[in-house]
Design a protein around this ligand. Structure first.
Ligand code: AMP
Length: 401
């Protein structure tokens, strides 16, 4: 079975075609600037040079068509015809309280995703455009929605309710939803497999540290708490996002700077975090370079980041009433031994000791704690596309049988 995984943004579309017999990626790529001058498609067939197509992409339907043309192209393609693509798996950001699992897309599912547009106005409409484009161009091919929020639907009420007037929840559905669910689900399962232990027996804290960052407490394979909230702005201090702040800051800062609330929210999303603290640096490779060179802003930003991660790990060790495994993943978590090491310096009270040589490795499943460490600390590269493809395969096969 071959599955096309799509991740549609408002002006972008990322894809992977995965052969599910081997779970190998046959081709992947990215459409950028959809509907904007200067559109381009970068198509990367496995083991071959990438190809760039710079035809104008008026909308997502045009982009999906171009992706299918690239995938079936006699020279750069990886399949002979579109008929070889058995199903499409879509990343959908928000499933609200409607979806605790991935689902086959039906008209009823589409209505529920539409209802969640209010909760994720930048993402869900783009995800729906991708779904409709596939319906138009690949009629009859089963499509599956995999939600970023679904994994966290197992959180208990005490973890997801905010201390607001209860009508905020009952009337407006304001609650903690959590995001990066596909990654937290993948990593918490993979770490159990890697350690040769049943996932049901493990208390795991997953640290997804990328440009967007979140932490999840996973008890026996189920999410019981997570750091992102009503939106992906909450929790850790991130690349450009503030993470948790005192909510009274919004009005105070708006008054001081003469900004509207909406403009302050943009500052919190795009001009804060590492970028805001350093006045422009959000990539950890630059931040680490600055740290080494003694740049005080970079030193402060990295200290804030690592301290915040350690703080959440401590909170979730309490939520879980203990912790067996801590797993680092995503761009920073997989690649920066420096950041992992600094975070773990705070965790000695949990009986954690780190093997410096193991911690200098990156980009593979590894244990970075010493054999006598009371908690096993691992690096587990995340693979959200594979998780989407696996869910898609399972649902399509279940529907067939
Ligand atoms: P992601 O959002 O998961 O793609 O992560 C992207 C972030 O990972 C980048 O902004 C960098 O901050 C970080 N990153 C990627 N490679 C490295 C590396 N070799 N060392 C430190 N940080 C890295």
């Amino acid at each position: 079975m071959k599955i096309l995984v799509l991740n549609c943004g408002s002006s972008s579309l990322k894809y992977q075609l995965i052969d599910m017999e081997t779970e190998n990626v046959l081709a992947k790529g990215l459409c950028e600037r959809i509907g904007i001058e200067g559109s381009r498609l970068k198509h990367q067939p496995a083991g071959k040079e990438a190809v760039i197509f710079d035809d104008y992409q008026e909308n997502h339907s045009v982009s999906v068509k171009m992706v299918l043309d690239a995938l079936t192209n006699p020279e750069y393609g990886v399949v002979k015809s579109m008929k070889e693509i058995n199903a499409v798996g879509h990343r959908v950001v928000h499933g609200g309280e409607y979806f605790a699992n991935s689902v086959i897309i039906t008209p009823v599912v589409i209505v529920a995703i539409e209802k969640c547009c209010d909760l994720a106005p930048l993402h869900n409409p783009a995800n729906l455009i991708g779904i409709h484009a596939c319906e138009e161009i690949m009629p009859g091919v089963p499509q599956v929605a995999v939600f970023d929020t679904a994994f966290h639907q197992t959180m208990p009420k005490k973890a997801y309710l905010y201390g607001l007037p209860i009508k905020a929840y009952t009337d407006y559905k304001i609650r903690r939803y959590g995001f990066h669910g596909t990654s937290h689900s993948f990593v918490s399962k993979r770490v159990a497999e890697f350690l040769g232990k049943p996932v049901e027996d493990l208390k795991t804290i997953v640290c997804h540290l990328g440009n967007g960052a979140s932490i999840c407490a996973v008890d026996g394979g189920k999410s019981v708490d997570t750091s992102m909230g009503f939106t992906p702005l909450a929790g850790l201090v991130m690349g450009t996002r503030s993470g948790d702040i005192d909510p009274a800051i919004l009005e105070y800062y708006a008054n001081k700077e003469g900004l509207t609330l909406s403009e302050v929210t943009t500052v919190l999303n795009k001009k804060s975090g590492m970028e805001g603290l350093t006045g422009g640096k959000s990539d950890f490779r630059d931040l680490e370079e600055g740290y080494e060179a003694g740049d005080q802003a970079c030193i402060d930003a990295i200290e804030v980041f690592c301290y915040n991660v350690a703080r959440f790990v401590g909170a979730y060790a309490a939520s879980l009433n203990g912790v067996d495994v801590i797993a680092f993943t995503a761009g920073i978590g997989e690649n920066s031994g420096f950041v992992r090491g600094k975070i773990c310096e705070y965790l000695g009270y949990l009986g954690i000791t780190i093997d410096a040589e193991q911690n200098s490795k990156r980009g593979e499943d590894i244990i970075i704690s010493t054999p006598d460490s009371k908690v096993t600390v691992c690096v587990i590269p995340t693979n959200e596309e594979l998780m989407i493809a696996r869910d898609t395969k399972a649902l399509v096969e279940a529907q067939r049988s």
